[in-house]
Design a protein around this ligand. Structure first.
Ligand code: PEP
Ligand code: MN
Length: 386
C-alpha cells in the first residue's frame, strides 16, 4: 500500500469567484461535498440500515416498517449482488426497485442501492432512488467506476464509494475522484474493511489508519462505517460501531433483516430492527470537541508526553537498526543469510509475552514486530550487498 500515491494524480479544477480571481478548488478543499450531509435533519450519526439483499416484496416491506421511528436515515437493500463465487443468490434484479419505491411511499424512508454498471445506474435513476453506492468489488475496477461516473454525470443523487476490497487508499480515492470529476458533489465514503489472507476475528480487517488517512486528506468528505461487512458477525456490530463513532465517523451502514438467520446473503452479520435499536441505545455519541478550558490544558500536557514518548521510540528504533547493521556486517564477513527464521520466531514469541505484560494486544505486537523485522532486514541487506 502506498497511501500517498494518488496525491500527484489530483487534477485541480479551476473556478472563478465573484471577484473573477482564479481560485483552485480541488476535491480536498471542496466543502460542498458535505452539503447533502449537513442539510439532512437526521440524528447524528447518519444511519443507513436494511437488508444485505432485497429478497421478496414482503421482506422489504416488513424490514422497512420495523425501522420506522428508530432514527434510521436511509433504507438500504442490495438488488444486484456481487458474489465471490458463482451459485450464490445474485439478487432479485430490477423488480426489487419497485419494492423499494413502495417501501419509500409507505414509510417515507429514502432509499439506497448498490450499482455496479451503467445499466444499474439507469434503472436506479428511473426509480428515483435517493442514494447509490459503489461496492467494494466494483471500486477495485477503474473501468467500472468510470462507466458509473459517466452514467451519473452531474446527478444530484448521493453517491457513496465503498473502499476497494484490498487496502489501497489510492484506488479508493481514485473512485471518489472519478465521480467528482463527473460533476457529482453529493459524495461520501464507506469504510467496510479490507480482505486479507490472514485469519483474523474480522471478516474484513478495518485497517483504521487507511480511513483516518482518507479523513485527513478530505476533511469535508462524509465517512460512513459499515460494521456489518467489517465484522461479518452480528455480536461484534456494537463494538465496531462504537470504535467508528470514537473516530469521528459521520455515520453507520448496518445490515438489518427481519429474520437474519434465514437471510439469502450475509446471514451471520445481519441484525433485527429491534436489535438495531438496542445497539443504538448502547452507543455513546462523542462530541467533536469541547469549550472546556481545563480539558484543553490537560490534553495539551498529555499530548506533550505522547510526543516525547514517540520521539524516544524513534531514537530507540534508530539505534536498534544500527545494531542490525552491525549484525549485517558480521553476516557479510561469514557470508551468512540475512533471514534466520528460528531466531525471528524466538524474538516474536519473547516479545508477545512481554507485550502482554505491558498491556499491549497480541495483534498489535505481531504487526509491530513484523514491521520492525522487515526494516531490520532492509538495513542488513543494504550492508550485505555493499
Ligand atoms: C453490501 O453492502 O451488501 C456489499 C456487497 O458490500 P461490499 O461491497 O462492502 O462487500
Ligand atoms: Mn452484505
Amino acid at each position: 500500500m502506498n497511501p500517498g500515491a494518488s496525491r500527484d494524480f489530483f487534477m485541480p479544477m479551476r473556478i472563478f469567484d465573484n471577484s473573477k480571481t482564479a481560485i483552485m478548488v480541488t476535491m480536498e478543499n471542496d466543502a460542498s461535498v458535505r452539503n447533502w450531509f449537513d442539510s439532512l435533519s437526521h440524528n447524528n450519526p447518519l444511519v443507513i440500515a436494511g437488508p444485505c439483499s432485497a429478497e421478496t416484496e414482503d421482506q422489504v416491506m416488513e424490514i422497512a416498517r420495523g425501522l420506522v421511528g428508530s432514527g434510521v436515515g436511509f433504507y438500504r437493500a442490495g438488488i444486484w449482488k456481487p458474489r465471490t463465487r458463482p451459485g450464490g443468490f445474485e439478487g432479485v434484479g430490477a423488480i426489487g426497485l419497485k419494492w423499494l419505491v413502495r417501501a419509500k411511499a409507505e414509510t417515507g424512508l429514502p432509499m439506497a442501492v448498490e450499482v455496479a454498471n451503467a445499466a444499474h445506474v439507469k434503472l436506479a435513476l428511473e426509480h428515483d432512488i435517493d442514494m447509490l453506492w459503489i461496492g467494494a468489488r466494483t471500486t477495485v475496477n477503474p473501468f467500472a467506476v468510470q462507466e458509473i461516473a459517466d452514467a451519473l454525470q452531474g446527478t444530484d443523487k448521493i453517491v457513496l464509494v465503498k473502499n476497494p476490497v484490498n487496502p489501497d487508499l489510492a484506488l479508493w480515492i481514485g473512485g471518489i475522484e472519478r465521480l467528482y470529476q463527473a460533476g457529482i458533489r453529493n459524495l461520501g465514503a464507506v469504510h467496510r474493511g479490507f480482505s486479507t489472507y490472514e485469519k483474523t476475528k474480522y471478516r474484513n480487517i478495518p485497517e483504521w489508519q487507511i480511513a483516518i488517512e482518507l479523513q485527513s486528506r478530505f476533511p469535508h468528505l462524509p465517512v460512513i462505517c459499515d460494521p456489518s461487512h467489517i465484522t461479518g458477525r452480528r455480536d461484534m456490530i456494537r463494538e465496531v460501531s462504537q470504535q467508528a463513532l470514537d473516530l469521528n465517523y459521520d455515520g453507520l451502514m448496518i445490515e438489518t433483516h427481519i429474520d437474519p438467520d434465514n437471510a439469502w446473503s450475509d446471514a451471520a452479520q445481519q441484525v433485527t430492527p429491534s436489535s438495531l435499536k438496542e445497539i443504538f441505545s448502547q452507543l455513546r455519541i462523542r462530541n467533536k470537541t469541547t469549550q472546556e478550558a481545563s480539558f484543553h490544558e490537560e490534553i495539551a500536557k498529555l499530548r506533550a508526553q505522547i510526543d516525547a514518548a514517540d520521539t524516544k521510540l524513534l531514537e530507540i528504533l534508530g539505534s536498534r537498526m544500527k545494531v542490525a547493521e552491525k549484525i549485517g556486517a558480521l553476516k557479510k564477513s561469514e557470508n551468512v543469510a540475512v533471514l534466520q527464521t528460528r531466531r525471528w520466531i524466538e524474538v516474536l514469541e519473547k516479545m508477545m509475552a512481554e507485550g502482554e505484560r505491558q498491556g499491549l494486544s497480541k495483534d498489535f505486537v505481531i504487526r509491530y514486530f513484523k514491521a520492525v523485522h522487515q526494516e531490520s532486514i532492509t538495513h542488513q541487506e543494504k550492508i550485505i550487498n555493499q
